[in-house]
Design a protein around this ligand. Structure first.
Ligand SMILES: Nc1ncnc2c1ncn2[C@@H]1O[C@H](COP(=O)(O)OP(=O)(O)OP(=O)(O)O)[C@@H](O)[C@H]1O
Ligand SMILES: [Mg+2]
Length: 241
């Protein structure tokens, strides 16, 4: 579904990604973990063409992504959804309108079709009763689930999540992780940057440990957690983060 091949990325003189290669199979959940500053968010942003890469290639659903190729970026946007730590809901729009906006404006769906889709995805994240609420009336966990619903409404083939629970307290974190686990069970392809190690261990198919802008180790959670090969991963796991 996604093939990242030898990707390098620099910000000015600072090289952040050093030849990252990673293959994400359809229907799998890949969890990216690693220390702050190891390049996790940058890698995710490169996958979604929010950053231009300086070397290597990224293919999504068989198509090479290049920021200068507007058609490839447009296709990518229709295939890949991304959810961030800050949910970025429009405060002046109801939950329903937050979800239908892109459906009516970008996808040119009728209001009735868009509403039907919005109600369906709100049901999937357990918020069927919040359609008419405004973002300020939601808890952090509910707002984050609306943000996930908004991505789902566009029927992406892949969903990228960047630390979607790190602003939430433990109880709210649990309800968002539950939604992500349900999506995984339904076969959604997902890449998530997370500090939730217990969740990654239990739910992810592949765990990728990034260190100093490289894929330092990657494998099924049973291997990564039970039998780390490098001192860096061993230390990361024992640091409790
Ligand atoms: N737009 C930018 N301009 C300059 N430097 C950047 C930019 N974005 C990220 N960096 C730098 O790239 C490095 C990797 O950042 P990145 O956000 O990918 O790390 P991360 O692994 O996601 O960390 P965290 O766990 O703290 O979110 C950091 O040194 C960061 O300062
Ligand atoms: Mg980050």
């Amino acid at each position: 579904m996604i093939v990242v091949d030898n990707v390098s990325k620099s910000f000015g003189p600072l090289q952040v990604l050093h030849g990252v290669s990673l293959t994400i199979e359809r229907g799998t959940m890949v969890a990216i973990v690693g220390r702050s500053g190891s390049g996790k968010s940058t890698l995710l942003r490169c996958m979604n063409a929010l950053e231009e890469i300086n070397g290597g290639t990224i293919q999504v659903c068989g198509n090479r992504v290049a920021m200068e190729d507007r058609a490839s970026v447009k296709r990518l946007r229709s295939e890949v959804g991304m959810v961030f730590q800050s949910y970025n809901l429009f405060p002046h729009l109801t939950v329903l309108r937050n979800i239908t906006l892109a459906l009516t404006v970008v996808q040119k769906k009728s209001r009735a079709d868009a509403d039907a889709i919005a109600h369906k995805v709100l049901g999937l994240v357990g918020l069927a009763d919040k359609a008419e609420a405004y973002p300020e009336q939601l808890s952090g966990g509910q707002a984050q689930r609306v943000a996930i619903a908004r991505s789902l409404a566009l029927s992406p083939k892949v969903l990228l999540f960047d630390e979607v629970t790190s602003a939430l307290d433990p109880e709210l974190t649990g309800e968002v992780l539950k939604v992500m686990e349900d999506l995984a069970r339904d076969g959604m392809t997902m890449v998530l940057v997370t500090h939730e190690m217990a969740f990654a261990r239990r739910v992810a198919d592949i765990v990728v440990f990034m260190h100093q802008g490289k894929v330092w180790e990657a494998g099924p959670p049973a291997e990564i957690f039970a039998d780390p090969k490098t001192p860096e991963l061993r230390q990361f796991l024992s640091s409790g983060l």
